[in-house]
Design a protein around this ligand. Structure first.
Ligand code: TYM
Length: 329
């Protein structure tokens, strides 16, 4: 078993899961279950770092878990649980915080973005990347499937693993990000210079995994493009069309040059219809699986997952405690 690598990744439960999450990360999560020890987590402590509604939170957490199961996270092949139910994450996060220079966190672009958009600069938001490092390291994970926006956070994780190993002796693997070649950064449909994001107030900016077919079509038909109606990939001059090409390539697994051959001169209407159809075809089985899932079963999966994850994380965490001198004589 020892040679099998461990994969870890997480998703925040506030806001609905969208196409960017799926193409950038979740699809890889599902794929990696076949060949690795896979561990996936609804990171409910992370989502508390920005304004959220506690009254809605129970439902939102549950909803996120259900959508991930519908995407194909299979509790028989992977460990799946809520972050808050495994306290070792927070304990390791504290240990790592004592190794984290403030300057490293000061450079984080997500912290800057979120506070510039009106979020409170609270300590939790500032320390977000440290908890993320702990999520990964508490399981000794080596591979982390994420979208392009998590690159910088992964660098912090690698840095903290190295700092720990240098200070206390070799304990943690230095993990690698696994980022897809296309659609690693899906842009907003309403503004292709901004990332598709759960927190954008404009619902037309993103396709949700559970959007019905007519809504998918309407959102994609309305996607911002440009006035020169040639379909080609050029982020500088044609960010809207490039985004749609990436989405279609992600959805169909066809290379972008092939799509350009097929749709180059056919006009934007025809191209957008094809993109909408490809996305809808990809989402159809997810919607169907979601409808099939029973709420009680989802809760049971999460409960069992937390128990197993706690036991597994505790095994590693005991070593970390001992390494830093937190052991009784
Ligand atoms: P979150 O919840 O924002 O997003 C979940 C995953 O979706 C990816 N993603 C995107 N990919 C492509 N295009 C987009 N527009 C897009 N938007 C989001 C994200 O890169 C992510 O992989 N910090 C993480 C959660 C986290 C985590 C972890 C991830 C906490 N601990 C440990 C990996 C390992 C986040 O904000 O995800």
């Amino acid at each position: 078993m020892d040679h099998i690598k461990t994969v870890f990744s997480g998703l925040q439960p506030t806001g609905n899961v969208h196409l960017g999450n799926y193409l950038g990360a979740l699809r890889n999560w599902v794929k990696l279950q076949d060949d690795y020890r896979a561990i996936y987590c609804v990171v409910d402590l992370h989502a508390m770092t920005i304004d959220y509604d506690p009254a809605d939170y129970v439902r939102e957490r549950h909803e996120a878990a259900r959508v991930l199961l519908a995407c194909g996270i299979d509790p028989k092949r992977s460990l799946f649980y809520f972050q808050s139910e495994v306290p070792q994450h927070v304990e390791l996060s504290w240990i790592l915080a004592t190794l984290t220079p403030m300057g490293v966190l000061n450079r984080m672009t997500q912290f800057k973005d979120k506070t510039e958009r009106g979020g409170t600069a609270n300590l939790g938001l500032f320390a977000y990347p440290v908890l993320m490092a702990a999520d990964i390291m508490v399981h000794h994970a080596q591979l982390v499937p994420v979208g392009d926006d998590q690159r910088q956070h992964l660098e912090v994780t690698r840095d903290l693993a190295e700092r720990f190993n240098n200070r206390y002796g070799d304990l943690f693997p230095v993990p690698e990000a696994l980022i897809p070649e296309t659609s690693a950064r899906v842009m907003a449909l309403t503004d292709p210079t901004a990332k598709m994001s759960k927190s954008d107030p404009n619902m037309r900016s993103r396709v949700l995994l559970l959007d019905p077919p007519d809504v998918v079509r309407r959102k994609i038909r309305a996607a911002v493009t440009d006035s020169e109606p040639t379909v080609r990939h050029d982020w500088g001059d044609k960010p809207g069309v490039s985004n749609l090409l990436e989405i279609m390539s992600g959805a169909t697994l066809r290379p972008i040059p092939d799509l350009v051959d097929d749709y180059g001169d056919g006009g934007y209407g025809r191209f957008k219809d094809a993109v909408a159809e490809a996305v809808d075809e990809m989402l159809h089985p997810i919607r169907a699986a979601y409808a099939e899932l029973d709420e009680i079963d989802v809760a049971a999966v999460m409960r069992d997952g937390a128990e197993t994850a706690k036991a597994s994380a505790e095994g590693f965490q005991r070593q970390a405690r001992a390494a830093v001198g937190l052991a009784n004589r």
